[in-house]
Design a protein around this ligand. Structure first.
Ligand code: ZN
Length: 142
């Protein structure tokens, strides 16, 4: 796995790979049937069976790789879900009216850089409305 946090699993390419594996399985069984149909002696049959066994082993390795990716995907999704609920809990904006107008707001901030520390804060702001617009005045770390 690289540095990227975003999961890159089960893209259209992955789905194609899975379909390809299914097709490969059918081909292995077709080859197996054909080999037995054509084998004329016990030795020839055994040789064909060994070859098919090797092909099946390679196929099983491929499937194992895909299943491993799917397991990783599950972990990434579970981790993301946990992170999301953690952020939701922490990210709830706390606001209260203050004397002299405006509100005091404590909130978490996403820097938008896909950094590992997001969300940042909580930071404290004084929010005042003037000229029909909200102005966020940064007051420091909460
Ligand atoms: Zn960040």
């Amino acid at each position: 796995m690289g540095q990227e946090v975003a999961p890159s699993y089960l893209t259209a390419e992955d789905r194609e790979a899975l379909l390809g594996l299914g097709k490969k399985l059918r081909e292995v069984y077709d080859a197996m049937l054909e080999a037995y149909r054509q084998s004329k002696g016990k030795e020839q049959g055994a040789k064909a069976a060994l070859e098919i066994h090797d092909q099946a082993q390679a196929f099983i390795e491929d499937v194992r790789g895909v299943l491993g990716d799917i397991e990783d995907l599950k972990d990434v999704l579970l981790e993301s879900l946990k992170e999301l609920s953690r952020q939701r809990e922490k990210g709830e904006v706390a606001a209260k009216r203050i004397a002299g107008g405006g509100s005091m707001v404590s909130k978490l901030v996403l820097c938008g850089k896909h950094c590992n520390g997001c969300p940042h804060g909580p930071y404290l702001y004084r929010v005042v409305k003037s000229g029909g617009k909200l102005h966020w005045i940064y007051l420091g770390k909460d």
